[in-house]
Write a protein that binds this ligand. Structure first.
Ligand code: GLC
Length: 546
């Protein structure tokens, strides 16, 4: 039945981490032509849109999140013409395209920052960023005690004595969003890409743009004092109310263009209420529900997160946006592979503990996929989720590229383990990621046993993760109860989640240690594993017609 609901209220969006998706020219790094060549795959998987990690010109100090020119494509990934062709081709395949936009900072190689360096202390060129004199004798101490998300202080001193702020790597200076030119520049960048046909943007660090103009010290709190693990309320640089003014303007710009352009915010907020503020009427369209990704594998925890998120979002008329993995976090197959999945502490890097059981992780990942895809709203799939890829936890140290590895003084291996190039086919690396005659190896080494997890190996195998996703996405399109809407919980024993979506759909997830007898139903639509004697085993999920 054709729907009149905007597409973004129920879309399944596939996240493409460009450098690890498909390498067309054999240099060991994925590229835009590679994405184009895989559009038939993405169409047959059944996704509605692609979120593409930054493809802009960049020195790649942080995988492209250090942008030197927002109107150019990095030669590593292709050309502007390639990007335009991808947008056109994707549309032919019925797939929308949402690039990343990175408004919190630029690269230190961006023309603005280079001008600021050249112009010197006190110059108007420096006002587009956050430059300050230091404290202490001769200004040798940073202007305040803020810390970088990648470790170490958030300030770097220049030879001329000025310090500049970078909430991420030193190669990522923070922009000053109190400067009108910063606003007009980003408004122009949005229009540049909207007029090239993109269907929206994923907004990087959407909660970070506004800073307290006084730049006050972070209060020292008892407990872990890494500067991140404190509540955001009245935080000097996270989730401040002023950010919403920026997004109200951006919303108007999106609305100037035809075809329902939409934003998704990467906003880390303390509470569902604070998150909902981003998607109030006149604000952004959607925001990732990271609480779902941070939840433990526990029925009560998941139910609370789902209820709280839905209540707040429904209150402001926005859809939920569920996500299990992305390029910044441990892949959920591995997260769930620990018997007890710890609840993630917001704003801290997830460091799993305990023995790893990948069969368990895979069972739970299958159940989690059915849970997520049955929830009201939209959902994101990170490339490789549909192949059940685990985190590569044993990358050789010499291969690690994430700035977190260096900045943490080699205490945190960073995010490379979820960014390993994905296996398409064949028995040995590069598993079809690069052409057979490639001149270079994949930029991160792939585990030897990934032949079993390749697209080729899983296609047509009804027990595979890939076919589970494919069938789930197809059912999701066909079943009028799924996508946007609401849910109603159905009473079930502790450890079992059961909810109804109307008309006629029931999702049951068994997170307990006991098999669970299925409730009455007229048909099984899809199960995450075999059902015997009408019993749903632990760590399994099922979609029923009722
Ligand atoms: C976001 C991105 C992450 C990046 C950071 C700085 O959190 O998802 O990959 O390192 O912003 O841009």
């Amino acid at each position: 039945m054709p729907s009149t609901t905007p597409w973004w209220r129920s879309a399944v969006i596939y996240q493409v981490y460009v450098r690890s998706f498909a390498d067309s020219n054999g240099d060991g790094v994925g590229d835009i032509a590679g994405i184009r060549s895989r559009l038939p795959y993405l169409e047959s998987l059944g996704v509605d849109a692609l979120w593409i990690n930054p493809w802009y010109k960049s020195p790649m100090a942080d995988g492209g999140y250090d942008v030197a020119d927002f109107r150019a494509v990095d030669p590593l990934f292709g050309t502007l013409a390639d990007a335009e062709q991808l947008i056109a081709d994707a549309h032919e395949h019925g797939i929308r395209v949402i690039p990343d936009i990175v408004p919190n900072h630029t690269s230190d190689q961006h023309a603005w920052f280079q001008q600021a360096l050249a112009a010197g202390p006190g110059s108007p060129e420096r006002e587009r960023y956050i430059f300050r004199p230091g404290r202490g004798p001769d200004g040798v101490d940073p202007p305040n005690n803020w810390v970088s998300c990648f470790g170490g202080p958030a300030w770097t001193r220049l030879p001329d004595g000025d310090w500049y702020l970078h909430l991420y790597a030193p190669e990522q200076p923070d922009l000053n969003w109190q400067h009108p030119e910063v606003h007009t520049e980003f408004e122009s960048i949005l229009r540049f890409w909207f007029s090239r046909g993109v269907d929206g943007f994923r907004i990087d660090v959407a909660h970070g743009l506004a800073k307290d103009p006084e730049l006050p010290d972070l209060p020292l709190l008892p407990g872990p004092t890494d500067g991140q693990s404190r509540p955001f309320a009245q935080h000097p640089h996270w989730d401040r109310d002023e950010v919403h003014d920026i997004y109200r303007t951006w919303r108007k710009i999106a609305d100037e263009f035809d075809g329902e352009r939409a934003f998704v915010a990467e906003a880390w907020a303390d509470t569902p209420e604070r998150l909902a503020a981003y998607v109030r009427p006149g604000g952004l369209h959607t925001a990732f529900n990271f609480d779902f990704l941070m939840a433990s594998w526990d029925a009560e925890d998941l139910r609370t997160v789902i209820d709280d998120s839905l209540a707040m979002l429904i209150g402001v008329g926005a859809p939920a946006t569920w996500v299990l993995s992305n390029h910044d976090v441990m892949r959920h197959t591995s997260r769930y592979a620990r018997k007890n999945v710890a609840r993630w502490v917001p704003n801290q890097r997830y460091q799993p503990e305990g023995d790893i059981d990948l069969e368990l992780g895979t069972r739970r990942a299958r159940a989690a996929a059915l849970l997520m895809l049955a929830l009201p709203g939209g959902a994101y799939i990170y490339q490789g989720d549909e192949l059940g890829l685990p985190e590569v936890e044993d990358l050789p140290e010499a291969d690690l590229q994430d700035p977190i590895w260096e900045r943490s003084g080699h205490t945190d291996r960073g995010r490379d383990g979820c960014r390993v190039p994905i296996p398409w086919s064949g028995q040995s690396a590069p598993f079809g990621f690069s052409p057979a005659d490639a001149s270079a190896e994949p930029w991160l080494p792939q585990p030897a046993n990934w032949s079993e997890r390749s697209v080729e190996a899983q296609t047509g195998d009804e027990t595979s993760m890939l076919e589970l996703y494919r069938t789930a996405l197809q059912l999701r399109r066909e079943h009028s109860a799924l996508g946007d809407g609401t849910l109603a919980w159905v009473e079930a024993p502790a450890g079992v989640l059961t909810f109804r979506r109307d008309p006629g759909f029931l999702c049951v997830v068994n997170l307990s240690d006991e098999p669970y007898r299925l409730p009455e139903h007229t048909a099984t639509l899809l199960a995450s594993g075999p059902i015997t004697d009408g019993l749903l085993d632990p760590d399994h999920a099922i979609w029923l017609q009722v």
